[in-house]
Design a protein around this ligand. Structure first.
Ligand SMILES: Cc1cc2nc3c(=O)[nH]c(=O)nc-3n(C[C@H](O)[C@H](O)[C@H](O)COP(=O)(O)O)c2cc1C
Length: 201
């Protein structure tokens, strides 16, 4: 059964929570109460991970605090333009290794996969609480490793995340306004296969 929410239509029956989460750029700059921030990270905490290693790490700052500037300056200009009105700027990292007392760290093949699940949980919880989380790959990776005190050998910096209260598109610089709408998706049949994947064309 098709369901529609947030201008999006799902071809199969799903909970509207998946349609309602989207990635706005227009934020009103409203400070986020700390208990709300912790609620978002709490949701991330309950993501599944390989042998429950929980390799995700978050580094965050509230806007208008000394911690904000070093993080903000890791973003590419195209993202700084709108993140300036976000309330929280976070980075999600993953620990590349499985660490056990008394043993050498070993490779954790699914560190990024598991961090992706944690990001998704956080974003869904943000939306559930009336806020929005917007992931970004547009940041200076080397700069971020330094700013976050996260050595490249230990951590992969997966994404930056802007969190804020959604606002009207009119608060954005003019060139960003037209894209400020929930996006669509490819049909399920284009990425789901029974038995074996289709040859790439
Ligand atoms: C890993 C990742 C990197 C992204 N990088 C950026 C970015 O640098 N700037 C930006 O404005 N949006 C970025 N996005 C947002 C995507 O464009 C957005 O999630 C996608 O178009 C789907 O739209 P929706 O999240 O509104 O459903 C990124 C999203 C992800 C998950």
């Amino acid at each position: 059964m098709a369901i529609t929410s947030n201008t999006r239509t799902a071809a199969h029956d799903i909970d509207p929570v998946f349609l309602n989460r989207w990635s706005p750029r227009a934020f009103n700059g409203e400070p986020i109460p700390q208990e709300v921030v912790m609620s978002m990270f709490e949701a991330a905490r309950w993501a599944p991970s390989a042998i429950n290693i929980q390799p995700w790490r978050f580094v965050y700052a509230h806007r208008n605090t000394p911690q904000w500037e070093p993080l903000f300056h890791c973003l590419m200009d195209m993202n700084q333009a709108w993140v300036a009105q976000a309330s929280i700027l976070a980075f999600i990292l993953s620990d590349r290794h499985r660490r056990k007392p008394g043993a050498e760290p070993s490779e954790n093949r699914s560190h990024s996969f598991d961090a992706g699940a944690a990001w998704a949980y956080l974003a869904l919880q943000a939306n559930h609480l009336g806020w929005a989380a917007h992931a970004m790959g547009g940041f200076h990776v080397e700069k971020a490793h330094t700013a976050l005190n996260a050595p490249e050998a230990d951590y992969r910096i997966e994404a930056a995340i802007a969190i804020g209260r959604p606002a009207d598109a009119s608060v954005l610089p003019e060139s960003y306004r037209a894209r400020e709408a929930p996006s669509g998706r490819q049909p399920v049949e284009s990425f789901v296969f029974e038995g074996r994947v289709s040859a790439l064309t």
